[in-house]
Design a protein. Sequence first.
Length: 181
Amino acid sequence: MKERHSYLLSKIIERKAEVEEFINVLHTQTTWLTSPASTKYHLNREGGLLEHSMGVAETLLRLREALAPDISEESCVIVGLFHDVGKVGMPGVPYYLPEIKDGEPTGGYIKNPDIVAMGIALRSLYLVSQYIPLSDSEAQAIAYHDGMYVPEGRTVAHKEEPLLLLLHWADMWAASVLEKK
């Protein structure tokens, strides 16, 4: 997993310092390394979020190569790695908590009832934009990557930038195909 992560980060050149600072915050102040990708849909296990995020970034790079080589690899890696980073919650306040029943951990997760309510995509955009300057297309991609699966997706229907479309399909492919193997 470390080699995959290093390979992806090698694609970030122009905003390397900002990304490194953000990753440091994620490693030291959040559950980035241990969060599940979801409570029930995909990779609902420790480290699932990071595994999913790398899979999305890798798939996004493949789609980019085939369909939109004019989009920068750096943009693809940034939105791929951090599209769901809102699932860590906020520094010091995790989004997911281990589920406990009858005083014993079940191995599952629940959403933290004490976290300020905010959609995952919005929280992701909020967190990323505090550290990494984003283009309009990158912000749109993070904000609307769930596409038609959430009501907010209608806001940009038929006005999606190519990066958003690629991210949406990379996310769906990773979660629905690659993670089911």
